[in-house]
Design a protein around this ligand. Structure first.
Ligand code: GLU
Length: 409
């Protein structure tokens, strides 16, 4: 299923509940601006490779547009549009004064040298600099990008506009990045899970977990779950999966992954096929990698009681129906992984004020934001007697529509 189709189905369900007219639906779904750019890259060997980059700016009714830039071979117009739209709903659920955007270049960053990666990051900003800005559209990190890339992007933008750290978030600390940003998505996921479990008088430590994807989000979620006494019995990455029913040694696994670039070869665990991770016999499944991984075809294999969506769009709309029939509770991406953009928001606030917070303050404010979003989400789900994804979309679409209406046209 196309990513935009899945997102549109979630939107239409919420719009039905809210009784929105077709013209309003069309207005809310149509992106504000879509930019597609040529990104020529001078390779280290003197040849030139040309990549295609996208920035989709979906909505700005609640504030400047916000969202990551992804460097991934599968980044395309459809995916970037779906992710930009999801950012609009995500910032609304989290109560951040932002709209949504997303960008991407169809490239595998692992095939680039460091200097090629830097040149490509700079070329992208050269093409985009007149349509982004701290009051317009603020990119951040996503799959395949990191603090180093964000630092180059801030520097490149500043060549045109003067030093403007608030134009991108997720920067290195020395360039105006925020304490706590790297851990933020994983931390937000765990804080969100604590809210969900607390409603059932349960704790993180009551459950076993399987994590799909051991990148930034998966690693931080694993570390924080482990610290709280949760038992992680399986993880996977692009090289395959590992299990240990007694619980993986998470600290050692993170060290191993940092040293070797993947989980492959980690001792004290049984290797198995990555595609089978979703069928692990655990209480909680955490997809924390690519979108579209849980589909009508494989959803019936899931044995977990809960799915915490660390990734964007891991579950398509068909799969949601299968999961609902199985009674599986899904903590939806537009709430579950909002911790990253929330601390990006804190970073932007600090940049605009030139006043920097310590990590304790960042983490406390993150907790307050997630807990407030959870109260709103739970209240909406209770009021409508619906699942959490439907409630999150209703909450978000209602907020975005209200702002759009009050701005007038
Ligand atoms: N890429 C993250 C997300 O999907 C964060 C975006 C940002 O910080 O702007 O929410």
């Amino acid at each position: 299923m196309k990513a935009t189709e899945s997102g549109a189905r979630n939107f239409q369900r919420a719009a039905d509940i809210l009784g929105l007219e077709p013209s309003i639906r069309q207005r809310l779904l149509t992106p504000y601006r879509e930019v597609k750019v040529e990104c020529p890259l001078l390779r280290d060997d003197g040849s030139v490779a040309t990549f295609v980059g996208y920035r989709v700016q979906h909505d700005q009714s609640r504030g400047p547009m916000k969202g990551g830039i992804r460097f991934h071979p599968e980044a395309d117009e459809d995916e970037v549009t779906a992710l930009a739209t999801a950012m609009t709903w995500k910032t609304a659920v989290a109560g951040l004064p932002y709209g949504g955007a997303k960008g991407g270049i169809a490239v595998d960053p692992a095939t680039l040298s460091r200097s090629e990666l830097e040149r490509l990051s700079r070329v992208f900003v050269q093409r985009l600099h007149d349509v982004i800005g701290p009051n317009v559209d603020i990119p951040g990190p996503d799959m395949g990008t990191n603090a180093t890339v964000m630092g180059w992007m801030a520097d490149e933008y500043s060549k045109y506009h003067g030093w403007t750290p608030g134009v991108v978030t997720g920067k290195p600390l020395d360039l105006g990045g925020s304490e706590g940003r790297v851990a933020a998505t994983g931390r937000g996921l765990v804080l969100g899970a604590e809210c969900l479990f607390a409603d059932e008088h349960r704790l993180i430590s009551d459950f076993t977990y399987a994590i799909q994807g051991f990148g930034n989000v998966g690693i931080w979620a694993a570390r924080l779950i482990h610290e709280r006494g949760g038992r992680i019995t399986a993880v996977s990455d692009v090289t395959g999966a590992l299990r240990n029913p007694h619980g993986l040694d998470v600290t050692a696994l993170i060290d191993h992954t940092r040293q070797n670039g993947s989980i492959q070869g980690f001792p004290d665990a049984e290797p198995f096929t990555g595609a089978d991770l979703i069928a692990e016999n655990v209480d909680v499944l955490i997809p924390a990698a690519l979108g579209g991984v849980i589909t009508r075809e494989n959803a019936h294999r899931i044995r977990a009681r809960y799915i915490l969506e660390g990734a964007n769009g891991p579950t398509d709309a068909d799969a949601d129906e299968v999961l609902a029939a199985q009674g599986i509770i899904v903590l939806p991406d537009i709430f579950a992984n909002a911790g990253g953009v929330t601390v990006s928001y804190f970073e932007w606030v600090q940049n605009l004020q030139n006043y920097y917070w310590d990590e304790t303050r960042v983490n406390e404010e993150l907790k307050r934001t997630i807990q407030k979003a959870w109260r709103d989400l739970r209240a909406t789900a209770n009021e409508l007697a619906c699942d959490l994804r439907t409630a999150a979309y209703v909450l978000a679409v209602r907020r975005v529509w209200r702002a759009t209406e009050q701005r007038g046209s």
